[in-house]
Design a protein around this ligand. Structure first.
Ligand SMILES: [Zn+2]
Length: 657
């Protein structure tokens, strides 16, 4: 593990809280130390109040902040003596503790202090660093974990048995350190949880953390080889994609809303899934109990009947809940957060991409720790009662439920063609802004470079069936299925009278503007059947109801496409799949409308460019974003009772009205 301290950067920190934020980010930068909100840090200092009195203060990580990105406002100022006195109480309920943590704040607008604030207050050093280092926790999850850690650290580190975080943990540390010489102690290991280091200066506290974790990593290195972590390779098939989309639908039913399913068939994931005892290992428990918040207490196991195996998981989870729950507990949803697909890879489930990413990151670390602990004699986690206590801990559940309102398309997946520019690009952006993830296809060079977490951009010629099939496969492996299709890709061939019609010109328009849409729709139907409120929007054209001379190749293809949409609406209605058509016109912010073409068309009608752009009944200009807004409305719940419809987005056309 690298020591990331940089004296020049540290020197830029003008006060202790700034320095605290700096070294906290160094910890957060290493995923082997902390992941997704794990760990916490603090610094003790003082503040002068409005009466001119100086108060001792603990600046401790606030909830909602992540060590990776934390800044000074992420450390709420808390009255140190208030915390110390809380630590002297015999007992304090979790909800009372949270109430008093807020009462002890010196800034009412500051975030709520970490649930470990009292523990930080009790450690008599200025800087306190706490991480959930994989190597330390991993070793403690083996049969002789405690003895191994004791032999690695000797007596300069205090090792304490696992106890629930919060007030009871603070009490445990206070009691265990009574009469202890803090000057001799360099760290505290909490078994199955993490490690604390501390010092009067930020650098020494950080350096000690890195040094102690390195000792654990070195020990693991001495007991394992590169082959300790199994690696394999698996190429997901078209059948896998169909099976995943059906699984996603059933998982969403367990969750009560649309969800994403992501298949990871990387070398490490398929290697783990290929272990003969992977189903046993993955159901023993997580790396540390607070991972239950994101990943539940155990994984699902999938083999050859995914739906039955999903049912097995939900039955098992309900049994677990009933075994440990008290009267005040409400059972959480029965959807797994990850599952091992025997011989293939790992599947992740989440209501949003963010949730999928969190559990994926956590599981990648867990899988490695499991196999290292196996090399130390066996992967061993806490009893399920301890896991349950943290999973159903009111303070942790509050973190999940306090998150923002759900976006309209959260957990949903759309395919958009022609997504590199114009209407397709605007539609993809609008969907993503409303929580959707999008598989975008476009023939444009370099299109794949615009990919982001929510936007899988694949360069693809929609007239090539094999390319489309492989793009859809990639999309389903990434996101779990397809709920929506915006069939938009098109070309506008150069104007040509029938008398002069060239075969290539005609064929290209029919291939791109008509046949490719049929092929794409056909390929998407098996996925749409398993989709959440599945819906298709076909981008037609004003040329369908009002064709123009010289545009036969375009108008005929778009008319055929409209007829295709009508037949699709009839055929797919019984599966709940809606198919509607938009007829845009005069959308001039697309690639085909250069200034030169615009000027030519405007002068043809004896209009200025500005007049030409608004040459419609409403005298308004129409943008790609206007068409995108209509397309997204059609896809969403507002039109959930509409199929087979055609709507113009053209500012009103007197030949159509
Ligand atoms: Zn912790």
């Amino acid at each position: 593990m690298k020591n990331r301290w940089n004296n020049e950067n540290a020197a830029l920190c003008l006060n202790p809280v700034a320095l605290r934020a700096y070294s906290s980010r160094l910890l957060g930068a290493d995923p082997n130390l902390v992941l997704h909100g794990g760990g916490n840090t603090s610094v003790k200092g003082s503040l002068e109040n409005v009466f001119g009195e100086v108060q001792e203060v603990l600046f401790v990580k606030g909830s909602g902040w992540d060590l990776r990105t934390i800044e000074e406002p992420g450390f709420p100022p808390v009255q140190l003596d208030y915390l110390t006195r809380l630590g002297q109480l015999d007992s304090l309920s979790d909800s009372d503790m949270m109430k008093h943590l807020r009462l002890a704040l010196l800034d009412p607008a500051a975030p709520t202090p970490s649930v470990e604030a009292i523990l930080h207050a009790l450690i008599p050093h200025t800087f306190v660093d706490h991480t959930h280092a994989d190597a330390v926790v991993g070793i403690s999850n083996s049969p002789n974990g405690e003895e191994l850690l004791a032999s690695i650290y000797g007596d300069e580190v205090l090792i304490l048995p696992y106890i629930m975080p919060g007030f009871v943990l603070a009490k445990q540390v206070a009691e265990a350190t009574q009469g202890l010489d803090w000057e001799r102690l360099r760290g505290i290991v909490l078994l199955n949880h993490g490690i604390f280091t501390f010092h009067e200066d930020a650098k020494t506290s950080y350096d000690t953390m890195i040094e102690l974790v390195n000792k654990a990593e070195d020990y693991l290195g001495s007991r394992t080889t590169p082959s300790t972590i199994a690696k394999s390779n698996y190429e997901p098939s078209a059948d896998d994609a169909i099976a995943i989309s059906a699984l996603r639908r059933a998982a969403g039913d367990l969750l009560g809303k649309p969800c994403l399913v992501h298949m990871d068939a990387s070398a490490e994931s398929s290697g783990f899934a290929g272990l003969t005892n992977s189903s046993d290992l993955a159901t023993r428990g997580p790396l540390t109990p607070d991972h239950t918040i994101h990943g539940k207490a155990f994984a699902a196991i999938f083999d050859d009947d995914l739906l039955l195996e999903l049912q097995n998981f939900s039955d098992g989870y309900r049994t677990y809940f009933e075994k440990f729950s008290l009267a005040n507990h409400q059972c959480l949803d029965l959807m797994p957060r990850y599952g091992v697909w025997k011989g293939k890879g790992v599947l992740y489930f989440g209501s949003s991409l963010k949730r999928v990413q969190i559990i994926k990151d956590i599981t990648a670390h867990t899988i490695a720790a499991i196999q290292q602990a196996e090399a130390l004699g066996g992967w061993q986690t806490l009893p399920q009662q301890d896991l349950f206590d943290v999973e159903y801990w009111e303070l942790e559940q509050a973190k999940l439920t306090s998150s923002k309102a759900t976006l309209a398309f959260e957990g949903k997946v759309a395919v958009v063609t022609g997504a590199g520019s114009g209407i397709g690009k605007a539609t993809a952006e609008k969907l993503i802004s409303e929580g959707c993830v999008v598989l975008g296809l476009d023939i444009m060079d370099g299109f794949a470079d615009v990919s982001s977490a929510s936007f899988l951009a694949i360069q693809c010629d929609v007239t090539e069936q094999a390319s489309v099939a492989s793009a859809l496969l990639r999309g389903v492996i990434e996101f779990g299925g397809i709920d929506m299709l915006v069939s938009n890709a098109g070309v506008f061939p150069s104007s040509c009278l029938l008398e002069d019609m060239e075969k290539d010109n005609w064929d290209l328009s029919i291939a791109v503007n008509l046949s490719s849409h049929m092929q794409l729709l056909k390929s998407c139907i098996p996925f749409l059947k398993a989709g959440f409120d599945p819906s298709v929007v076909i981008i037609g054209s004003k040329n369908v109801p009002a064709p123009g001379p010289g545009a036969a190749a375009y108008s005929v293809a778009k008319a055929g496409l409209t007829q295709l949409a009508r037949v699709a609406a009839l055929e797919l209605g019984e599966f709940g799949i809606r198919v509607n058509t938009l007829h845009p016109n005069g959308v001039y912010d697309t690639a085909i409308w250069s200034q030169e073409v615009l000027a030519k068309r405007a002068s043809h009608y004896g209009l200025s460019i500005e007049e030409y752009k608004a040459n419609n009944v409403l005298k308004t200009r129409i943008s790609s974003a206007d068409v995108a807004a209509a397309a997204v409305r059609f896809l969403g719940v507002d039109f959930s009772k509409t199929t087979g419809a055609q709507i113009a987005v053209d500012g009103g056309n007197d030949r159509v009205i």
